[in-house]
Design a binder for this molecule. Structure first.
Ligand code: GLU
Length: 469
């Protein structure tokens, strides 16, 4: 039987497990665990057919140890304060782990965006933003939302525009939200960032000879068979990037069934079929698996749950065939499920590290907005000139004809090049730190190490205040 604990209680349990590896005063750990402030709002919205709906919405700021707070806004039916607090807590840990200097937050609006018109979504988004402004829950130095499940660049544009209209005179107002469209002060690579980060993180975990062999795998990502549950923004870009890195995507799943082919799936073709038919059923890009959760239990080396929380519990953890689980979603494995996986020797690469690519690139967008200048403008020609100088020097040393060098075709790096390189660097460095923490502190698994290392960073910031012994 899976547990009856709520999502936030699950996160608290993971924090408690990790806290036992740390030597902080219990009151300090309490301060780190719970949300610093939370907001529940209800507001009326007129729908296109004239009806009025009362919309329930939330924002939780988990930690103010660093400001601004940061975290996405989720539009989904059934969201709650508990779920929002859980996701906000994960954001604090996530930011700490990848050295993004923010506290964690999350927002949620209890609507089903799939059945709303653009106009209805716009009115709800703008009203929600106005409520956040009124309560001081948004601002470039206060709390900076971003996309999450059910939202994207369009919603971020409406948030930014509402903030701009209502908060005149705030310097760098467009840093009040990230994940904006490119033409509205966004940054290239933001929509791919979470998925790419997932792929880089899995590559890092499999690159370590000792760890891969302990799992019964050959080291390296190349040739690994991957199943991805959820082909949304995170899952799709993770699949693309994993394929580029040499892995083979043998299974994909959606809320109404999946596809499996041990020879590999053409992701774009499968997705096109899904979009035009509303299901994978009937597609000849693999064998259709009707039971939605069955895709998690297919034969593969790496399983990436990239949709929603609580999909791997003590009920199905015993049937997972993967050797590695890469948590693309937030909270896909419950603590009970996690214990079963650990006992079975399955490695879990935890969400707080693995899906931190999104907030990492959000941080770059925020920096760009505050600096009011793109990374490309300040750096591109410098790197181009450096490349040309190097080639000239090389030609002189090698006694080559300078005229034959053909350096005019060289281009300096684009902003996307800078973003992708910095994202990869963040994922590589952070993995090395978490793994070192795992081994140095004899933690039972990567999740405990990641949580303990993140709590350590947050707690030590509080400790400098001198309140806690
Ligand atoms: N919603 C994303 C997450 O859960 C991104 C948050 C952000 O960019 O602030 O990590």
């Amino acid at each position: 039987m899976s547990s009856q604990r709520s999502f936030f209680e699950d996160v608290l349990l993971f924090i408690d497990r990790a806290g036992s590896y740390l030597d902080y005063h219990p009151k300090l750990l309490e301060q780190v665990k719970f949300c610093n402030s939370s907001l529940l709002i209800r507001f009326p919205v007129r729908m296109d057919n004239g009806d009025i709906n009362v919309v329930e919405a939330f924002r939780a700021e988990h930690s103010h140890h660093r400001l601004p707070c940061k975290g996405g806004i989720r539009f989904a039916p059934g969201v709650s304060m508990d779920e929002t607090m859980a996701l906000a807590a994960l954001m604090s840990l996530k930011c700490a782990l990848v050295d993004v200097p923010f506290g964690g937050a999350k927002g949620a609006v209890n609507i089903d965006p799939k059945i709303l018109s653009d106009g209805e979504r716009e009115r709800i988004t703008r009203r929600y933003t106005a409520e956040l402004i009124k309560k001081d829950f948004i601002g470039p130095e206060i709390d900076v939302p971003a996309p999450d499940y059910g939202t994207g660049a369009q919603e971020m544009a409406w948030i930014c525009d509402t903030y701009k209209q209502l908060c005149k005179g705030v310097p760098n107002y467009h840093a009040c939200v990230t994940g904006k469209p490119l033409d509205l002060h966004g940054i290239p690579g933001r929509s791919e960032a979470t998925g790419q980060g997932v792929a880089f993180g899995i590559r890092e975990a499999l690159a370590i000879d000792e760890d891969a062999r302990a799992l019964g795998l050959t080291p390296g990502i190349s040739g690994k068979r991957v199943v991805i549950q959820g082909l949304g923004k995170v899952g799709y870009h993770a699949a693309q990037c994993l394929q580029r890195l040499g892995a083979s995507i043998v299974g994909v799943g959606e809320y109404n069934g999946g596809l499996y082919d041990e020879n590999g799936i053409d992701i774009d073709a499968a997705l096109e079929w899904f979009r035009s038919h509303g299901s994978f059923e009937g597609s000849d890009h693999g064998i259709f698996i009707a039971e939605p959760t069955a895709i998690l239990e297919q034969d593969c080396d790496v399983l990436v749950p990239a949709a929603l929380e609580h999909v791997i519990t003590s009920d199905n953890a015993g049937r997972i065939q993967a050797k590695v689980i890469g948590e693309g979603a937030n909270g896909p494995v419950t603590p009970d499920g996690d214990s079963v996986l650990r006992d079975r020797g399955i490695m879990v690469i935890p969400d707080v590290y693995l899906n931190a690519g999104g907030v990492t690139v959000s941080y770059f967008e925020w920096l760009k907005n505050r600096n009011r200048v793109s990374f490309e403008r300040m750096n591109s020609r410098y790197f181009l000139n450096m490349q040309k100088d190097l080639m000239r020097q090389f030609a002189i040393t090698a006694g080559l004809d300078q005229e034959a060098l053909d350096i005019d075709h060289l281009r300096g790096p684009s902003e996307l090049d800078f973003v992708n390189a910095a994202l990869e660097d963040t994922m590589v460095r952070s993995y090395a730190k978490i793994r070192a923490y795992w081994k140095d502190n004899d933690c039972p698994d990567l999740r405990t190490a990641a949580f303990a290392s993140a709590i350590d960073k947050i707690a030590s910031t509080y400790q400098t205040l001198g309140i806690f012994p």
